[in-house]
Write a protein that binds this ligand. Structure first.
Ligand code: CA
Length: 128
């Protein structure tokens, strides 16, 4: 299974990549929404792990963008964000996210959530 990590923080990104590669996932990292758009086309990930604060986009907007494109709407999005109030988490789900983890996070939980998401289809977005 192929995972795309969209995260501009290099430490977080390389840690998540390392952990998921140990689980035998095929992992690519993108440091911006722009880079991620290119990988969506060429790499065709089965799941996207998405930071909210990207240099060129709000992760929530990027998730909405994916959910409105028929070729990507089925890909589950797991938010990984320092924004952790209940409202932040709700915003993540309302933008089409399938799951939401807050930083700091434990890698065992991250792996379990990724595996869980890959077992079920992503929900369709409900437009506000
Ligand atoms: Ca960030």
């Amino acid at each position: 299974m192929k995972l795309l990590i969209v995260e501009d923080d290099a430490d977080t990104s390389s840690f998540v990549k390392y952990v998921l590669e140990q689980e035998r996932f095929d992992v690519l990292t993108a440091g911006s929404a722009f880079e991620a758009r290119g990988y969506l086309k060429s790499f065709k990930p089965d799941l996207v792990i998405l930071d909210r604060g990207l240099p060129d986009a709000d992760g929530l907007d990027f998730c909405r963008e994916l959910k409105m494109l028929p070729q990507y709407a089925h890909i589950p999005v797991l938010f990984l964000s320092a924004a952790k109030t209940p409202a932040d988490v709700v915003d993540g789900f309302n933008s089409g996210g399938s799951d939401y983890m807050t930083k700091p996070f434990g890698f065992i939980e991250l792996v379990a959530r990724v595996q869980s998401l890959l077992r079920k289809p992503a929900p369709a977005i409900t437009h506000a």
